[in-house]
Design a binder for this molecule. Sequence first.
Ligand code: SAM
Length: 119
Amino acid sequence: MEEKKQPPEQKIQIYPTSTGEISPFWREKYERDAKKYWDIFYKRHQDKFFKDRHYLDKEWGQYFSGTDGKVILEVGCGAGNTIFPLLATIPNIFIHACDFSPRAVNLVKLAGVPISQKL
Ligand SMILES: C[S@@+](CC[C@H](N)C(=O)[O-])C[C@H]1O[C@@H](n2cnc3c(N)ncnc32)[C@H](O)[C@@H]1O
């Protein structure tokens, strides 16, 4: 019996491979000033850039099953696009959220007033 040959797998590269490392100067600058850049980002975009992540209860719901209340820590909460959908869909959770951008923290504080007992 003749074996049918499969066509060779075709690979498509969407993004070019990085041709080199970021220079130590820029790497250190971005590390050192990350807080400043993120704060400028929130000054410019407020809470309009990221969309709420409404799919998280589907992906993480298993971790929150049961009746006992879970406590979550989100490091880098931004404007709250992860924590607010979680609070809306998963009952009985409490979230501690932090971010090194003071503007991001302020956005969360303003939006979180109605649910402050869970945040
Ligand atoms: C891509 S945004 C994601 C925001 C949010 N978690 C969401 O789901 O939309 C990353 C966030 O992490 C924060 N961040 C990055 N590095 C951090 C650090 N070392 N400590 C605290 N926050 C940090 C940034 O300020 C930014 O708000």
